[in-house]
Write a new protein. Structure first.
Length: 131
């Protein structure tokens, strides 16, 4: 087996941002970038690793990111909650609602942003308003 090395991400000025369906319905996006609304976090993260997306922003449940979290972290990409809390391979109540009687159980506490580096992640955070 060969170690997978992700392609370099597109630059800020020409990268496409993938957003979740709820972001398309309720978020505010004021960027010159193209935006692609899809319904699958894993799809978006795979496209990030292939260099086709610059970033992903969305509302996710724990199982939405479980399929891509190990890959994204292994490739050195950044995952943070919208407020800046890093998402790692340690799932705690700091990043995910783990209360079994709460209807929002298993949801991440905030929308997540996934990007290849901190510069792209910060650009997305500054230009997107989450509802």
């Amino acid at each position: 087996f060969r170690k997978y090395v992700p392609l370099p991400p597109p630059g800020v000025e020409n990268g496409m941002i993938s957003i979740s369906q709820d972001m398309a319905k309720y978020g505010e996006i004021r960027v010159p970038n193209c935006v692609h609304a899809v319904c699958c976090t894993v799809f978006s993260c795979v496209y990030l690793l292939l260099g086709r997306y610059m970033a992903y922003v969305g509302t996710t449940k724990l199982w939405d990111i479980a399929g891509c979290l190990p890959l994204v972290l292994k490739c050195g990409y950044n995952i943070e909650l919208f407020g800046g809390e890093p998402v790692t391979d340690k799932i705690t109540d700091k990043i995910c609602n783990l209360n079994p009687i709460d209807p929002k159980c298993w949801f991440m506490k905030e929308k997540i942003i996934v990007a290849a580096n901190k510069k792209l992640l910060d650009y997305v955070r500054k230009t997107i308003t989450c509802a």
